[in-house]
Design a protein around this ligand. Sequence first.
Ligand SMILES: Cc1ncc(COP(=O)(O)O)c(C=O)c1O
Length: 512
Amino acid sequence: MTLPAHTVEAVPASPGSTARAHLLNGDSVARYRAALADGVDRVARRVAGAERPFTGITPDALAPQIAGIDLDRPLGDAGAALDELDDVYLRDAVWFHHPRYLAHLNCPVAIPALLGEAVLTAVNSSLDTWDQSAGATLIERRLIDWTATRIGFGPAADGIFTSGGSQSNLQALLLAREEACRSASTWDARRELLPRLRVITSAAGHFSVQKSAKLLGLAPDAVITVETDPQRRMVPAAVQREIARCRRDGLVVMAVVATAGTTDFGSIDPLAEVAAICATVGAWLHVDAAYGCGLLVSPTRRHLLDGIERADSVTVDYHKSFFQPVSSSALLVRDGAVLRHATYHADYLNPARMVEQRIPNQVDKSLQTTRRFDALKLWLTLRVMGPDALGALFDEVVDRAAGAWELVSEDPRFEVVTRSSLSTVVFRYLPTGPDRELADAANLYAREALASSGAALVAGTTVDGRHFLKFTLLNPETTLDDVGHVLELIAEHASRYVHERSTAADLTCQVG
Ligand SMILES: Cc1ncc(COP(=O)(O)O)c(C=O)c1O
C-alpha cells in the first residue's frame, strides 16, 4: 500500500493489532515512511524558520506543559504526537545551526550523518557481537583503523566507538590503571598500590578526568593539575616536577593526560614534549583530543597535533569537530592488546571460543554491551563529503575565531584572554572603573539577558576566579558580522546593568 507523503495512516482499533501495527516490519513500511517523512518535514520547517537560536523559554514555563501530559493516554498516531512535540520541544529547542549560537561545543550536523542516524536506528544493529551487527562491526573497525592512521599510530593500533569524550577518557584511564597495576599480581598488592596512583593533567584539562579517577576508585587527591603557560597550555617542566615529586613521595604516575583543544581556551598542550617526558619515565600518555580531533582532517593545520602519534591512547569526539550528531566518539589506542582490560567473556554472548574462531566481537573492547552503530554516521559523511571537506569546514571556524578574537581585542569595551589555536574566544565586558565585582555581575547578567532574549547564546566560564564570557565557534555559517552584532548586544546588556546599579547606588547615597 502506498500512502501519500505526510499522511500517517490511522491505526486499527483492536488492542493487539494496534500495538503490532506500530512495529517496523514488512507490513508497516508505509507507516514508517509516512511517519518519518512527517517528522523530517516538521524539523525542516523549524530549522528553516528559526530566526533566533533560542526562544528564551524558562524551565518554569515549560515544565508544567510537560508534566501535564498523561503518558498513560496515548494519542494513537504519529501526527498528533508530533503536534504535541512541537509545543513541548521543537518550538523552544536550542538550534545549533543558527549562526548566533556561539555557546558550547555543539556543531551543526552534516546531512549524510543524519541519513546515517535514520538508517542505523531503523536497522537497530547492536555493535556488541557479530551476530547482532555483521557488516556494521567491520564498518566500525574500518573507521577505527582510518582514525588511527590519521593519528599516525602503527598497525598494532585499535580502538572502539564510545558515547562521548567522557566515556572515552574513562576507558583510557581504566586501561592506564590496569597497565599500572600489572606488577601487582595479588589483591593485597593491588590494594596497596591503588591509593598511590596519580594522574597528571593541566589546570585547563576536562573535568571528566577527575570524574573518571573517582569512578576508577583512585584516591580523592589522585588527579594532580599542573599549571598552564600564558596560552593555557600544560607546562612540561611542571609535569616533570610533579613526576619527580611523586617518585620522592612513593607515588606512581599511572597516566599523564594532555589536552589537544581545551574546552575553554582551545589550547593544545605541547604534545611532543609531554610525550618525550612520558617515554622517559614510562608513564602512559593519554591525549584528550575530544575537541581538537577536527585537526586530523584539516588541510592546513594537521601539524598542530604533531606528537599525538606518540600517545598510548587518544580520545576523539566526532560529535564536536567532525559535524556529527550526538553521540559519536572513539577511544584509540596505540597497542590494541591493552583493550583486553575491557574484555569479559559471557557464555550467552561472546564465549572465549569465538576468539579462536576469529569472530569479531566489538563487545570484547567496549565498556558497553548493547551499543549504537554511531559509526555509520561518520561512514556516510566520509563517503559523501570526504575528509578534506570536513577539515575545510573545521578550518573555516578556526579562521573565523581568529577574526572574532581580533574584533574583541580591538574593542576597548572588552578584555580578551588568550588567542585560541582552535575556535573559542574567552573575553569579558569591562565596565569603566576599578570595581571587579561589578564586572563579574555585569557579564553574568549580560549572558543571562542575551539567553532570555534568545537573540544569541554565548557560554560563560571563570578565569583566575573572575567571570568571563565565551564564544565557541563551530558553525561555518557564523560570520564576523554575527560576532560583531552579538558583541553589541552584550555591551548593551552589560552597560545597562552597570548604569542601573550605579543609579541605584546614587539613590541609596542620597537617601542615606
Ligand atoms: C576537552 C574535552 N574532553 C572531554 C569532553 C567530554 O566530552 P563529552 O561531552 O562528549 O562526554 C569535552 C566536552 O566538552 C571536552 O571539551
